[in-house]
Design a protein around this ligand. Structure first.
Ligand code: PEP
Length: 272
């Protein structure tokens, strides 16, 4: 088999757009069927982009069942613990998520960092655990308003990336997705402007390139997250640096989420 980089050398890698709806701590297992049914009605069959949902743990099985085996919508979890099993009351492992049908998992979401003490060293263990179990990690990074106002954005993002990705073999990096989520933009209705987000996306890609010592950074998808709506998604995807979105509030209504996805489908994939 040809190495990944050789395969794409002539035209550059095509990074398929990825739109992820993060339910956070919303919706029960009983809500899942109606949501998925309505979403499936709204979405075109061949979207040409990837779509993912991260329901709470308690609704994962119901969403998997409602999607059915042939669905193109990917199932993800909002968090995992790094040990595979044992005396860790209240935690859920990568093995358990894989077994229930998850394909990807969020790691280091700012709400985990803010309210549950997730540190960089933990996000690293979680990324490694996800990869060990064949789950695609979405590593979330982002600065607080205080970081931004004091000119620390680049330092914070690089620290979160370098720590979160420590020890990951370069050839697995293309399977990773990074979500850039400025903390001040999450759930506030105050999205970053593309002019604010794009330089950080470039920094993330450059940092991954430095970490791997190759052009692998060009293969990694970098999503934007923070008050994305059907009205502003096109502005973000207009930049070839932004490969998709992690969406909270605007994904809770299936019609709103489907509208957002349909706008994203109208945008072109990135060939670098
Ligand atoms: C999120 O959950 O990661 C998020 C970005 O939320 P919202 O879209 O509501 O800002």
């Amino acid at each position: 088999r040809l190495p990944y980089t050789t395969l794409f050398r002539s035209r550059g890698p095509v990074r398929t757009r990825f739109i992820v709806g993060n339910w956070k701590m919303n919706k029960t297992a009983s809500d899942a069927g109606a949501f998925v049914h309505r979403l499936s009605q709204e979405l075109p069959h061949h979207a040409g982009i990837q779509i993912g949902l991260t329901p709470p743990f308690t609704a994962l099985h119901a969403v998997r069942e409602a999607l059915g085996p042939a669905s193109a919508v990917l199932l993800g979890a909002q968090n995992l613990y790094w040990e595979d099993k044992g005396a860790f009351t209240g935690e859920v492992s990568g093995a358990m998520l894989k077994d229930i049908g998850c394909q990807f998992v969020l790691v280091g979401h700012s709400e985990r960092r803010q309210y549950f003490g997730d540190q960089d060293s933990w996000t690293n263990k979680k990324v490694l655990a996800a990869l060990r179990h064949g789950l695609q990690p979405i590593l979330c990074v982002g600065e607080t308003l205080q970081d931004r106002d004091s000119g620390q954005t680049d330092l914070v993002i690089q620290r979160q990336l370098r720590a979160g990705l420590a020890g990951i073999e370069a050839h697995t990096l293309p399977t990773l997705t990074i979500a850039y989520e400025p903390v001040w933009a999450i759930g506030t209705g105050r999205a970053a402007s593309p002019e604010q987000a794009v330089p950080v996306h470039r920094l993330i890609r450059r940092t991954i390139g430095e970490l791997s010592g190759t052009d692998i950074g060009n293969h990694v998808r970098i999503l934007y997250g923070g008050s994305v709506t059907p009205h502003n998604i096109a502005d973000f995807l207009a930049s070839e640096e932004i490969d998709g979105a992690l969406v909270g509030g605007a994904c809770l209504d299936p019609v709103s989420f489907a509208t957002l996805v349909k706008v994203a489908i109208g945008s072109k994939p990135t060939t670098v």
